[in-house]
Design a protein around this ligand. Structure first.
Ligand code: CDP
Length: 220
């Protein structure tokens, strides 16, 4: 059985950075599932498909010509690594993610990332829906102001203009939408809670690695 570490949590909690570093330490593969929803939103926008048009979005997600290669993300042959990180795309991704046909269309593609020697997957429903048999499930979060600040710094570092008040509002709106949707809502469930409000990235990484070592050593 190929081990999976599922790291779920709300927007801008830092789960992507933590997941990627944990994967690097263990030599595991890494799945950024949010990127698939972001690329779906971008592809829909480019194809002129409405963000709640389930009939068109399902097939679009299932046949999405997306590729992850050497740290870059491609839609067809075009690099969209930066495009999908805009705040507009973040909002659109959370809209298409609420469409059941989109989630169904992306399910097998996500499971295909489970390759030896293991996988670290981050998102909203990695532990609850996509990899329910994950060896370790973590719910990684932080307070809303700290998450807004992290997102602000992330955007500034990329030279993307940002407004703190708008970010706070967007994060709260996205949290509410992700947690209240009918399919695969964001929830802690049986995952271990990792509140990173007062932790550095490295402290969070160390915590996940320690939990995984304990889970891997425990008799199943
Ligand atoms: O960076 P941030 O945490 O804001 O977003 P992300 O992880 O890239 O995900 C973008 C959007 O996709 C989220 O707002 C979720 O609505 C959705 N998503 C989801 O529904 N299920 C996942 N497994 C991953 C992301």
């Amino acid at each position: 059985m190929i081990p999976v570490i599922a790291i779920d949590g709300p927007s801008a909690s830092g789960k992507g950075t933590v997941a990627e570093r944990v994967a690097g330490r263990l030599g595991f593969h890494y799945l950024d599932s949010g990127a698939l929803y972001r690329v779906t939103a971008l592809a829909a926008q480019r194809a002129g498909v409405g963000l709640e048009d389930a009939g068109a979005l399902g097939p679009l997600a299932a046949a999405l010509p997306v590729r992850f290669d050497a740290g870059d993300i491609y839609l067809e042959e075009q690099v969209v690594t930066e495009d999908i990180r805009s705040e507009a795309c973040s909002r659109d991704a959370s809209l298409v993610a609420a469409v059941p046909a989109v989630r169904a269309g992306l399910l097998l593609r996500q499971r295909a990332f489970r390759q030896p020697p293991g996988l670290v997957a981050d998102g909203r429903d990695m532990g609850s829906v996509v990899f329910p048999d994950a060896a370790l499930k973590v719910f990684l979060t932080a307070s809303v102001p700290v998450r807004a600040e992290r997102r602000y710094n992330q955007l500034m570092n990329k030279g993307i203009p940002a407004n703190m008040q708008v970010l706070l509002r967007d994060i709260e709106a996205r949290d509410a939408r992700d947690a209240s949707r009918a399919v695969a809502p964001l929830q802690q469930g049986s995952a271990l809670l990792l509140d990173t409000t007062h932790l550095t990235i490295e402290q969070a990484v160390a915590r996940v690695l320690a939990w995984y070592a304990a889970a891997a050593a425990a008799p199943s």
